[in-house]
Design a binder for this molecule. Sequence first.
Ligand code: ZN
Length: 389
Amino acid sequence: MSYQPGELPPVIRDVPGQEQAVNFLARAIRRPHHAYLYSGPEGSGKRLGMRAFAAALLCPQGGCGKCRACRLALAESHPNMLILEPAGPDILVGKDASDQNTARWFASRAYLTPPEPGRKVMVVLQADRLRVEAADVLLKVVEEPPLDTVFILLSARPDDLPDTIRSRCQEIGFPPLSEEFVVATLLDEGMDPERARLACRLAGGNLGRARRLARDERQLAFRRAALEAARLAARGSAGALAAAEGLTAAAKEFRAGLAEELESELQPFLDERGRPEDPFRGVVRRLVEQHERRLRRSEREFLDWSLLFLAAYWRDVVVSDTGGQVDLLINLDLPDSTSPRDQTVAKAGRAWGAVEEARADLADETNLNARLVLERLFLRIAELRPGFA
Ligand SMILES: [Zn+2]
């Protein structure tokens, strides 16, 4: 280990905006506990913290950030890393060890010799999604920790984890990142200040999402789609139905674009015949599964971003009409032509409320038809006519 006490290994130092967690991790590397729980909201850096800690544990130099081990761990592709995450809504117990992405599959690998010499890092993403029986299986391995194995559990809802598991983990808090921090980070990365601030507002302070929004114009497609839908809805009930249809179609298109990204993500792990190279077989399988999950979620996500944007739009109206400061506004870059006319705060407030209701309905993935939720919302907007140029 080439880092002195008090000195931060580069991989750990690079975890953004979480000074306390970083200091804790830097100390932990010297004598790691067998299980950690990273708790904090989405976008607060838990996953970056997990990758960095894994790199520090797997790197021969203790986290140089440059070597093969570090690079693979930071990409979650190190052969000695195993990641369990929900394949559907929950993490299931599974039939047996061959039932991939289940607790039994994960646990069965805990006592195996790792593919490469050194430690093993076993990660559970969204650990609060463990079903009761799955948590019991995991508990057994955490209670009798295999040699040279470190468990890292991540959760945005740590209170939903069974106490039996939580009490066996050292908990590291990842509080939400501040807006100043997110903006400053994007500026450091060379982004345009206005765009950085806009992305941060649209992302609600979630760094990863803010970065994607600031970097990739396509990520803003939902705003155009949402604006167009709101304009149609303002024309009356026929427009409202067209709005729901248009937004649904835009979400499908977004999903299709996303599907094209899969191949480029897989390329580094394939041989010249396009098959996974041996040590990366697990990694490739995981990427494929991850991508399928992303695709399944992508339409709902697109719709949620669209509605979040509309909520922000009417929120801006309420804020500015009630004398709020301009720098509270979310949609900083919209041209004046889109600003509402003959609009009352009350109408905008009701429109904002209707959008939030629709978002809550869409968040429940199990029971609702997204198209119906949108139709209901836009019909309500058509009735309200909160004004949309
Ligand atoms: Zn290294």
